[in-house]
Design a protein around this ligand. Structure first.
Ligand code: NAP
Length: 324
């Protein structure tokens, strides 16, 4: 399988997505400027896919980074694939376009390449819709994501976004969306937690059968931000079997963890704000895992969710009660 940093997959709407993207989530204590610097370093190194979200709280800095690399001639706008996400407080049909326009304004682009419904459930806005809401209790709402999707389709028709997708949807929810009467655009992808400890083989094969890409997050074992992740969970990159395989290839555990998911046929997001690691993670294009090592790594699966968003467990649209 010859994969390069220029490799892109063709989505079901004809648009092309680079197979490795830079993740940008960092806990609130991390200075925001680091996000801008990381994006600039990444673009200089050849990354063309940047994943962000309103709830991440740094779309302005990410946008500065992208626009400065366009301004200095390193890239053109069309070289960059930028993903934003509609936060769950923007699901009511009168709010959807506002949510998208807010991301467009913050990131400073005329269009987004991809816009995702961040989760399948809706939450009532508790005031200003910004990341500080994360600290407030969530109030469940019952907006049907199919109604949200129809407004997103209109936003695509209006040229505000090139491709539409979902995130954290289970199979049943994907099916409901795909069977929605009058569906105009299928989701091009489902962005989900997917790594050695959460080997999404059933969701992956279902999505492949529907021409929907899985985009993998927390491939390196997540950001481990205590607001979202239980710190007692095992550190994926410390896994002894992963480290043994990595040593065999003379690669870092991070490179092997990323390469494993790429060889499954998913698109990978890997977050780093550390220049040396942003660079190291591109090493995934310099080796290929052999079938016997893929098999060994498959055995690490333990259905572990680093980011189960437990506060939403009682919501009728909580996706992780289903097996997949
Ligand atoms: N749709 C969703 O609901 C959702 C949820 C979670 C994440 N995401 C997206 O997916 C992205 C990635 O997921 P994630 O942030 O959970 O984490 P991740 O990519 O699994 O891991 C990020 C962590 O790994 C470290 N790291 C990066 N490269 C490394 C290397 N070569 N060696 C050792 N450590 C390395 C980073 O540290 P440094 O930064 O300090 O280098 C950071 O602490 C996010 O940033 C976000 O864009 C989406």
């Amino acid at each position: 399988m010859t994969l390069t940093k220029e490799s892109r997959v063709t989505l079901n709407d004809g648009n092309k997505m680079p197979i490795l993207g830079l993740g940008t989530f960092a806990s609130h204590e991390v200075p925001k400027d680091l996000a801008e610097d990381a994006v600039k370093v990444a673009i200089d190194l050849g990354y063309r896919h940047i994943d962000c979200a309103l709830i991440t709280g740094n779309e302005m800095q990410i946008g500065h980074g992208i626009r400065s690399k366009i301004a200095d001639g390193t890239v053109k706008r069309e070289d960059i694939f930028y993903t934003g996400k509609l936060w769950c407080t923007f699901f009511s049909p009168d709010m959807v376009r506002k949510g998208l326009e807010r991301s467009l304004r913050d990131v400073g682009l005329d269009y987004l390449d991809l816009f995702l419904m961040h989760w399948p459930f809706s939450i009532k806005p508790t005031g200003a819709a910004d990341p500080s809401e994360k600290d407030k209790p969530f109030i469940y709402d019952n907006v049907d994501f199919c109604a949200t999707w129809e407004v997103l389709e209109a936003c695509k028709d209006a040229g505000l976004v090139r491709s539409l997708g979902v995130s954290n949807f289970n199979r049943r929810q994907l099916e409901r969306l795909l069977n929605k009467p009058g569906l105009k655009y299928k989701p091009v992808c489902n962005q989900v937690e997917f790594h050695l400890y959460l080997n999404q083989h059933r969701l992956l094969s279902y999505c492949k059968s529907k021409d929907i890409y899985l985009v993998a997050y927390s491939v390196l074992g997540s950001h481990r931000d205590g607001n979202w992740v239980d710190p007692s969970l095992p550190v994926l990159l410390d896994d002894p079997i992963l480290n043994k395989v990595a040593a065999k290839y003379n690669r870092s555990p991070a490179e092997v963890a990323i390469r494993f998911i790429l060889q499954k046929g998913a698109v990978v997001l890997a977050k780093s704000f550390t220049p040396a690691r942003i660079k190291q993670n591109l090493g995934v294009f310099e080796f290929e895992l052999r079938p016997e090592d893929i098999k060994t790594l498959d055995s690490l699966d333990r259905n572990l969710h680093y980011g189960p968003f437990k506060e939403m467990k009682q919501h009728p649209e909580y996706p992780f009660h289903d097996e997949y």
